[in-house]
Design a protein around this ligand. Structure first.
Ligand SMILES: Cc1ncc(COP(=O)(O)O)c(C=O)c1O
Length: 274
């Protein structure tokens, strides 16, 4: 693993890197992206950089310096030919007072890159008792304020599952802690709209473009009780079939999930960079 902070590659990737008063650390005032690396090439970096800028604007942070981000990504990957890896880019509020007020110093930019193991082919999912707030100030932004996801994923793990899924305040299906959700009802592939409060996942968008699905908001019980198959999507999982939703077993991968995965593997090379 390699770590690059504000222009410098650290000799020890786990050495202290940002100030103790960095607003990202004290109050989670930051945004981030995770980008996949396949055979040494970065996948779909442009939409990730665009989303990071959108998240920063939504949170009220300055726009990230994308040239600096690209330098950081190149630095953590230099000389490595990762078969499968990931790069995490974090942009925070920088030095600040101890409360929620921002300071006037520069933001911090941290880039970490390294190998990753592929996810298992299938996942077990539970719905959690806490809602996603689709009307909140941070809805749809990829901020470092992930405490609710941490809590929900720990809940899922303690129930023998690998991902937790939220409904929103209306009780409609929203998203997982680090994933979007697709499901099949009456032979139709569906996924929540962005109005559900879910993150505008890059993988979600590509599957909508490359395969197609109906964007619709409906009670999470529709999926839990009627779906014939379902899958999770994310940058690191691609499309991961769901074999259990709460106590209900699902055929995994189902036929549509298998087709989506096939299309994904055919088209993925189109978005691999240099
Ligand atoms: C909350 C949340 N939803 C959905 C996703 C999936 O988005 P993407 O496909 O861009 O990785 C992620 C992960 O990035 C996430 O953290």
């Amino acid at each position: 693993m390699r770590t690059w902070v504000n222009g410098d590659l650290l000799t020890d990737p786990d050495a202290p890197a940002v100030a103790a008063r960095d607003h990202g650390l004290t109050v989670g005032d930051g945004v981030f992206e995770v980008v996949k690396v396949v055979d040494g090439r970065v996948f779909a970096i442009e939409p990730h950089l665009e989303r990071m800028t959108r998240s920063a604007r939504g949170l009220g942070l300055p726009d990230p310096d994308l040239d600096a981000v690209r330098r950081g990504v190149a630095a953590v990957l230099a000389g490595e030919q990762l078969t499968l890896g990931r790069v995490r880019i974090t942009w925070t509020g920088g030095l600040a007072p101890l409360g929620s007020d921002r300071g006037d110093g520069p933001s911090s930019l941290v880039v970490i890159g390294g190998a990753m193991d592929p996810w298992p082919d299938t996942a077990a999912v539970v719905t959690v008792p806490w809602p996603r707030n689709e009307r909140g100030a941070l809805a749809g932004l990829k901020t470092t304020s992930y405490g609710e996801n941490v809590r929900a994923l720990a809940h899922a793990r303690s129930h023998g599952a690998n991902e937790a899924v939220f409904a929103n305040l209306q009780g409609h299906l929203c998203e997982g802690t680090g994933t979007n959700v697709f499901y099949v009802v009456d032979d139709e592939l569906r996924t929540p709209t962005l109005a559900s409060g879910c993150l505008a996942g890059i993988t979600r968008r590509l599957i909508l473009d490359w395969y197609g699905a109906r964007e619709v908001d409906e009670p999470v019980e529709v999926l839990a009780e009627r779906a014939s198959e379902a899958f999770l999507t994310s940058t690191t999982r691609d499309a991961q079939a769901i074999h259990r939703w709460n106590d209900r077993e699902l055929g995994a991968p189902g036929p549509i999930t298998t087709e989506v995965r096939k299309v994904w593997h055919e088209r993925e090379p189109e978005l691999l960079g240099d």
